[in-house]
Design a protein. Structure first.
Lengths: 228, 338
């Protein structure tokens, strides 16, 4: 590839491919961690709601109960208190545990009495990440389309959202040395390509998931999810 | 684009269950199965050869039957108990089936079903809306016996010795495939009051001797003393009807384990579960005091992603037991579905 034009185009294509593979890698990494939490976290049914199912839709009393459980188990908060400010429509938030939810939990979160969207934080949404949805009392909620849902798992057969409420250092991800994401590009002429027709690209990583303390991770199960 | 390849193949000898699962390392576009024992033996054989192509419905198969003496093949298509491709991290979904009774007073946990669908022995099912026995609504079980279009038996629950005050009179049964991330928490069916407590589960468990388990048992289930307690596994039982672990934990002074009533469950409870906690010293053959020689920590409980691609073959393509079957899984260079 001595022609600058060809070299430039190839580089652009590879950059685009690397970006897509990068996203695939991180999503796969998240899915592995999600599945790890799903399989090992203690489960607690939300019972504070009023939809007649079991678990019910999540309510503030359920989150307060989990906060008490984690505090009783000596679980450390993940984030520090967000101070109050004199901005209209804002309010402070206590030291918080992190709650990892599926995006289908958003309507439930918004209906929790006293739930604060992140733009209502005392500092506004400064220092928050895009996946953060809001918080209440001592829980900050983060949502993702890759969150965990167990289909038809409630008393009435509705989908159940698995909301992992985690304390500081409750779980960890171990990356082996040299095993962080690796982009593998095979130019045409590789294995099974005698006519030099195909580019091949792949990503590879090694990842080990682990719960540090089973008492510091609670799965608050909730119904009332957005329908599909 | 992946190059065309035969991604896996092999052979197996069928057993009386007429069901077989083989693990694959990729999604196949074509799966082919042939009865090596019956092929060309001049005896009549249903489904002497079968195949499944990507795009066909789950459970379906195209098959060839062999005629007696002449060996002439005739074609057939089946819609159930053929091939089911399963990605355990993103498994197929099954429609719920109705039950009209679950026997719980006597503790047999036989689930009456006019239509048992594709449920087979070893499958996982989730129950819900179990009128009269809501304490197991949302629970998952492994099936230990199937009487086609009559009933299924939740034998692991039955062997735990637990009974309820009332049977269920209606409900839904939904087959599902569990995610195979390891280790996993388990629903508790019963816990004995003993010097070495035995914990029974509703399906086969994958715990190992030396592993430390932790328990989440609220007062709704009686034995609240065990809540948040960590205990070492001494023995593991995983038979065709019993799933249990023996613990290095004396529960003789604990309150008896019992499920809440249906009404109590409907009012809101969290299920009793065992969660994997950490690694412990491996015991010597179930002894609580003697470690294995040489001593060692149980490292079998390390986190592991055991999800896999599986091709399940049912009784409409494996039609004879003790026959040798050859199989091949193929992925096309360029699969076009138009």
């Amino acid at each position: 590839m001595t022609c600058p034009l060809v070299r430039g185009v190839t580089k652009m294509i590879l950059n685009a491919a690397a970006a897509r593979l990068g996203q695939a890698y991180k999503e796969t990494s998240d899915i592995l961690q999600r599945n790890g939490l799903e399989s090992t976290a203690s489960i607690v049914n939300c019972v504070g709601g009023s939809n007649g199912d079991l678990p019910t839709e999540m309510q503030v009393s359920d989150l307060d109960d989990i906060t008490a459980v984690l505090q009783n188990n000596d679980g450390e908060y993940v984030t520090n208190m967000i101070d109050a400010s004199d901005k209209i429509g804002t309010s402070p938030l206590g030291d918080c545990y992190a709650m990892l939810c599926h995006s289908r939990m958003i309507p439930v979160l918004n209906n929790i009495t006293g739930f604060r969207r992140k733009f209502e934080y005392g500092t506004g949404s400064i220092n928050t990440i895009s996946s953060e949805w809001g918080g209440i009392n001592n829980i900050r909620a983060f949502q993702s389309s890759q969150g965990s849902i167990t289909p038809s798992a409630s008393l009435m057969g509705n989908d159940v959202g698995n909301n992992f409420i985690v304390a500081l250092e409750s779980y960890k991800v171990v990356f082996q040395r040299g095993g962080r994401a690796k982009y593998i590009y095979t130019p045409p002429g590789g294995h099974n390509d005698p006519a030099h027709l195909r580019h091949m690209a792949a990503c590879q990583f090694y990842q080990g998931n682990c719960i540090n303390n089973d008492l510091w991770v609670q799965n608050a199960r909730s119904t009332g999810l957005l329908g599909v | 684009m992946l190059p065309y390849q035969i991604i896996k193949g092999g052979y197996f000898t069928s057993d009386s269950t007429l069901m077989k699962q083989v693990a694959l390392n990729d999604r196949p576009d074509l799966f082919w199965l042939r009865d090596r024992t019956a092929w060309g033996d001049d005896a009549a054989e249903t489904s002497v050869e079968s195949w499944w192509r990507r795009g066909m419905a789950q459970g379906a198969a195209q098959t060839a039957d062999q005629a007696v003496t002449s060996g002439i093949l005739s074609t057939e298509a089946v819609t159930t108990n053929g091939f089911v491709f399963i990605d355990t991290s993103n498994p197929p979904v099954f429609a719920p089936l109705a039950t009209t009774a679950i026997e719980a007073i006597g503790g047999t946990f036989v689930v009456t079903m006019a239509n048992t669908g594709s449920i087979e022995v070893g499958d996982y099912v989730r129950l819900y809306g179990t009128t009269g026995a809501l304490q197991i609504a949302g629970y998952t079980f492994q099936v230990t016996a199937v009487s086609s279009n009559s009933s299924i038996t939740l034998g692991y629950m039955a062997s735990s010795g637990i009974t309820f005050a009332a049977d269920a009179t209606a409900g839904s049964v939904k087959k599902y495939y569990p995610n195979l991330m390891y280790p996993r928490w388990s629903y508790i069916a019963n816990i004995t009051q003993a010097v070495q407590a035995v914990v029974y589960f509703t399906s086969k468990n994958d715990y190992t001797p030396g592993e430390i388990l932790s328990f989440r048992v609220s007062s709704d289930f009686g034995m609240e003393e065990i809540n948040n307690v960590h205990a070492r596994v001494l023995n593991v039982t995983n038979s065709s009807t019993v799933s249990s672990v023996t613990l290095d934990l004396d529960t003789t002074g604990y309150t008896a384990f019992a499920f809440p009533t249906s009404a109590e469950a409907a009012a809101g409870v969290s299920p009793a579960v065992a969660v994997p906690s950490s690694s412990g010293v491996i015991p010597l053959a179930g002894s609580a005091t003697q470690p294995q020689i040489p001593e060692g920590m149980n490292l079998l409980d390390a986190f592991d992603n055991r999800n896999k691609y599986v091709m399940q073959m049912g009784s409409n393509v494996i039609t004879s037991s003790s026959h040798v079957y050859d199989w091949v899984a193929i992925k096309y260079d360029d699969f076009q579905a138009e």
